[in-house]
Design a protein. Sequence first.
Length: 313
Amino acid sequence: MNALSQHPLPGHFLDIDSLSDDHIHSILNMAAQLDTATPPPLLKGRTVAIVFYEASTRTRVSFELAAKRLGAEVVLIQGAASSATKGESLRDTMHTLAAMNIDILVLRHPQSHTVAELAAIAPPGLKIINAGDGTHAHPSQALLDALTVQRNGGKVRDAVLTIAGDIRHSRVARSNIALWQRLRVKEIRLAGPEQFLPDPLPEGPIKVFHKLDSALPGSDVVMMLRIQRERMSGISLPDNDNYHRHWGLGVERLALTPEHCQILHPGPINRNIEIASEVADGPRSLILEQVSNGVFVRMAILALMANQVQNAP
Ligand code: CP
């Protein structure tokens, strides 16, 4: 595989809007090709720092595995165990890592737009990847979601995508709404309680549903989202049983969807709140395939990003 034959990524990997159509297709194509027992050492001689100021299981581990499988040296930094706790600024942390010849910085941060602000002042040769920032963007998650649908015989182009639950606080929803429109989705249905609907609504072929039962018929893909309690304040939250009754995807509601409808959830799932265990573990669920594809998508992003790194080995 020759990464150089693909479209190298722009300076940093920040959000879907900063990617061209060629970049998006290169990532999706390359990710599928990298699902192999012996991926080529496209990151040999590179060093990747994975810096997370927020909890994560899937994204952090998959970036680590992706970088290691492509031959990179990897360092992990958890915000709570870093010198940020001693007052070091994020900018100084970045320059400290760059001084140790880090090539790529994978960053998760609880504040929206912090990753882009840091990228704007990054030293030459250091490339930054957004692994999720506040409610703003989680572009690698959207790419792995689309790849998972495609690799399981589903369609993104001309599809009806339903996103249900806490959309307002979801960077995953925001990145998927942007990506699926770029991939020519037919319709995106947003279903959730009023306080969880985005305000303002995104532009595009968007329809809002105030009942999940109304959104499900005719959906090709349903993406369930958890209530992101860590990103909200001053909102009265329904109790879990009540929420599940009105907004949870159980087997009865699943029966409202067409038989080919695929079920996604970015994780972590809250069983029997936004999704019943029978559905999460059932044959229509692609949740664990999303996790597997996350490694391949992140390998592709890192490899295409490495082509941009100036201090090549
Ligand atoms: N989907 C996702 O970002 O999961 P983590 O928070 O576990 O990385």
